[in-house]
Design a protein around this ligand. Structure first.
Ligand code: HMG
Ligand code: MG
Length: 328
């Protein structure tokens, strides 16, 4: 099943030169924040991300508010995003049929199921084994198929598990293939704790690409050890053209202690632009969106690109300096 929304701007370009970005900041980015973030702030963030040209945004998670309190306003966020009629596709995590039905009631046209390549992480994250999680996804996929709703899937811990350590590439490949066979249009491979390095990423993808084509895979790299961008580079080299990222490098997983933020979307866009690849994203407006949420959270962005661009004098300031005869 095809994704609910892709950028009209980048659709016209040859596939080789186009990279699709799935913005996960409002969900993966905010799910672990210690203080409650107002729904209005989340909505303003999504509005700014849309304004920056992002056309696929994961906005919330229909998970238990007891497990992840920060996503407790899922109904409000999804319903208001859908009623805003912004361009693009907006998705939400749904771990089971209960979550799927709630997401649909709020107007969701795309959802994402999430499994783990490690038994320990599966139990800590969604309270069931990998096999049980697949059984829970079956009715979600069945209902989604009947409703014409697109379903994406995540596989977590593809390059390491916070509880079990190393994860075999073959286990990731088999799980990804099963999710694809169940009807998920894309499998996002998650380095949940950011322990991967380019060589490990390459070895993993070589294995997965024996079983699935690159165009149904995405890379989801957390930046715990500063490796996310080089892992994207390795994945691009292997043929992947879809990557998840979070504005201002927001994020962390409540069930993966020590996991820091996602790859910052600003850093990803800057690198892709430098490689001549098209994303449809306006970097300045993206940096503004990042500055907005960092202002709300009272923290400095970890994105190097956001810091560099944010430090530039504003255009009006430059014009003023030029009028006064000095450019600084
Ligand atoms: P459970 O306790 O096993 O569920 O939780 P249950 O079926 O036994 O039901 C227990 C209670 O939960 C019941 O309520 C249900 O109604 C309720 P009670 O009768 O006790 O009042 N419940 C729900 N409530 C809201 N929404 C639902 C739902 N389902 C049941 N969908 C469950 C199972 C999956 C719900 C729970 O474990 C959970 O919510 N876990 C949170 C998982 C999560 O959000 N983790 C973070 C995201 S994953 C991630 O970040 C990784 C990723 O980014 C990729 C990567 O980086 O690798 C995707
Ligand atoms: Mg994640």
């Amino acid at each position: 099943m095809s994704p609910g929304g892709t950028s009209a701007g980048t659709d016209r370009l040859p596939a080789q030169e186009r990279v699709r970005i799935v913005e996960v900041g409002p969900r993966d980015g905010l799910q672990n924040e210690p203080t409650v973030i107002d729904s209005a702030v989340k909505l303003e963030l999504v509005r700014r991300l849309v304004g920056a040209g992002l056309r696929q945004i994961e906005v919330t998670a229909f998970v238990s508010p007891r497990w992840v309190p920060q996503m407790a306003d899922h109904q409000t966020v999804m319903a208001q995003v859908m009623s805003a009629a912004w361009p693009g596709g907006f998705s939400a995590l749904t771990p089971n049929l209960q979550g799927y039905q709630a997401a649909r009631a709020a107007g969701a046209q795309e959802v994402a199921v999430f499994a783990a390549a490690s038994e320990d992480f599966s139990r800590r994250n969604i309270n069931c084994s990998i096999e049980e999680s697949l059984q829970r996804f079956r009715p979600v996929l069945q209902a989604a198929h009947e409703d014409g709703v697109a379903v994406r899937a995540y596989v977590s811990c593809v390059l390491g598990c916070p509880y079990a350590g190393a994860v075999a590439p073959a286990a990731v490949a088999d799980l990804a293939e099963r999710l694809r066979d169940m009807g998920c249009y894309e499998i996002s491979l998650g380095d949940t704790i950011g322990v991967g390095t380019p060589d490990k990423t390459r070895r993993l993808l070589e294995q997965v690409l024996r079983q699935l084509p690159a165009d149904c895979l995405a890379g989801h790299f957390h930046d715990t050890y500063g490796q996310a961008l080089v892992n994207v580079y390795a994945a691009l080299d292997c043929g992947l053209r879809t990557f998840d990222a979070a504005v201002a490098g927001l994020g962390g997983c409540p069930y993966a202690a020590g996991a820091s933020g996602n790859l910052a979307t600003e850093d990803l866009v800057y690198m892709l632009q430098g490689m001549g690849l098209q994303t449809g994203v306006d970097l300045d407006r993206l940096v503004d969106a990042g500055a907005y949420i960092c202002g709300q959270l009272g923290r400095r962005s970890p994105s190097r690109v956001a810091r560099a661009l944010g430090a530039r004098p504003a255009k009006a300031e430059i014009a003023n300096q030029q009028k006064q005869g000095g450019t600084g």
